[in-house]
Design a protein around this ligand. Structure first.
Ligand code: ADP
Ligand code: F6P
Length: 465
């Protein structure tokens, strides 16, 4: 690549922030890609000049670098078989369940691992190609854990950071992985490895000692010629953007319209997730339905809106989950809905930021009940939007966000009885209690926003020089 086009700051992530989709007329367009990583990195990239290296979401397409939403995007090509073996396979059928408490059974297959290695090398080469001499390269998430080492071999001049957006498992789980040493060595190619939680960082240090026979000191892993720092940097949202959006008149009007469309019930409960088995969607819907079963809530008192973005639909566990949820929603409505008034409104779709914000504003209780989640940005988005101090947040103890949002209504989502009780309490909390809790959570989200997260990570990386 031409030297003048090389970048001083490069983000490498499995996905670009936009997916290429073909509309009904056969026309190709770009659509914002799903997930917390994109939500967090987009504002960071828009405020810094840099290049984003990633896959554009569909197989077998060769694309030249292009500009979108104020960012320079450098596509990496994945073939159909790369998507199947590296993305759906090793990333989402092996690592994803392993790193989320083995909620689903991880698949350990050598052909998947070989694809993971091969595709990680391609990402490393693409990053090496766009990075200027001495540039900072920030590698993102579990799909690319081998990239730091491969990139260092290609370009020892670079400053390499890595951030894991999902939990990093403890020894007892991680040791199942047949390629555990290779993954650790891959990460140790970075100068700084960032995790969502303190536990993630200490698991990594402990595992490096155990499986790579390395010495460690506090947060540092000591190699022959350098040290690697492991630390926690809890990710966040663009609070100011959400405040601006949630105070716009048209968004507020849309929120009122949503309440109206739902029949103005006393409580609107809301879930917003990728359709993923880690999110505890079934548990929350069960808890809600049981409130009707117990006769504590009646049709007209409360409505649940569940928005579930389609995700990883070719992975078997996700297909099964979708069928189960749709069955569950159908049953609950069949039992307790009245004519024209379902108790659960389920939408298997993604929404614009504006519509999502209106939904957040309309909701009296935001229900975030993952069985395990690195952070969960939806919880923080809801809090950022409620400058009116009116909402209540029901939050799983197993979401990273619970380490910061102590004043949420905390639940153990495995405990359906306990979740049901807390849900009922959140629905009936007084305005004063809601305001007290919301004020404290908002302080945290506004002070620790995504800019601070990026600044702290990048300064720590800079200090490694
Ligand atoms: P994950 O990274 O596992 O998907 P997070 O909660 O951290 O989970 O981030 C999800 C992001 O995707 C949030 O920014 C949220 O607003 C967005 N999102 C989730 N569901 C939808 C949806 N149905 N439509 C649009 N955006 C969505
Ligand atoms: O933050 C978790 C994460 O897996 C991101 O790495 C990813 O971009 C996002 O969720 C959405 O998942 P996917 O890219 O598989 O659709």
């Amino acid at each position: 690549m031409d030297q003048s086009k090389k970048s001083e700051f490069v983000v490498v992530a499995n996905r670009l922030p936009v997916d290429r989709v073909t509309d009904e007329d056969g026309e190709a367009t770009w659509r914002r890609s799903p997930g917390g990583l994109v939500t967090a990195i987009v504002p960071v990239m828009q405020r810094r000049e840099g290049a984003w290296v990633g896959w554009q979401g569909s197989p077998d397409e060769d694309l030249e670098p292009f500009e979108a939403e104020g960012m320079t995007l450098s596509p990496v090509r994945l073939s159909g078989s790369d998507v199947e073996l590296y993305y759906e396979g090793f990333s989402n059928a092996t690592l994803w369940p392993l790193y989320h408490d083995v909620i689903a059974r991880p698949v350990y297959r050598r052909s998947l691992w070989e694809a993971y290695e091969r595709v990680n090398r391609r990402f490393a080469e693409a990053a090496a190609d766009v990075a200027a001499e001495g540039a900072v390269v920030w590698v993102q998430d579990y799909q690319l854990q081998l990239v730091p080492k491969m990139l260092r071999e290609l370009r020892p001049d670079l400053r390499i950071g890595f951030f894991l957006h999902i939990p990093f498992p403890p020894m007892e789980l991680f040791q199942q992985l047949p390629w555990r040493r290779e993954i650790l060595e891959g990460l140790l190619g970075a100068d700084l490895v960032g995790f969502q939680s303190r536990d993630g960082a200490s698991n990594f240090v402990r595992l490096s000692r155990r499986f790579c026979d390395l010495k460690t000191q506090g947060h540092e892993v000591i190699l022959d010629d350098r040290t690697v720092q492991a630390d926690h940097f809890p990710i966040s949202v663009d609070a100011q953007e959400l405040i601006t959006l949630s105070t716009q008149e048209d968004v507020k009007a849309r929120a009122a319209e949503i309440r109206e469309e739902l029949g103005n019930p006393a409580s609107i409960l809301l879930g917003v997730d990728r359709l993923d088995y880690t999110k505890g969607i079934q548990q929350r819907l069960q808890a809600f339905t049981e409130l009707f079963e117990d006769g504590r809530v009646k049709s007209g008192d409360a409505v649940f809106v569940q928005v579930a973005t389609p995700s990883r639909e070719r992975v078997e566990e996700y297909r099964i989950l979708r069928d189960e949820i749709e069955l569950q929603v159908g049953r609950a409505n069949g039992m307790y809905a009245e004519l024209g008034a379902p108790i659960i409104n389920y939408m298997h779709t993604s929404h614009t930021r504006k519509e999502l914000t209106a939904l957040y504003l309309a909701a009296d209780v935001m229900v975030v009940t993952p069985l395990r989640d690195g952070m969960n940005l939806v919880a923080k988005e809801y809090v950022a939007c409620h400058g009116d101090l009116k909402g209540a947040l029901l939050l799983s103890e197993f979401a990273g966000a619970a380490n910061e949002l102590h004043r949420a209504f905390l639940v153990n989502p495995y405990d359906i009885g306990g979740t049901k009780q807390r849900m009922y309490e959140a629905m009936h909390a007084s305005p004063a209690e809601r305001a007290r809790r919301m004020r404290s959570m908002r302080r945290r989200v506004i002070e620790h926003d995504v800019d601070l997260w990026a600044k702290e990570f990048l300064e720590a990386l800079e200090n490694r020089r």
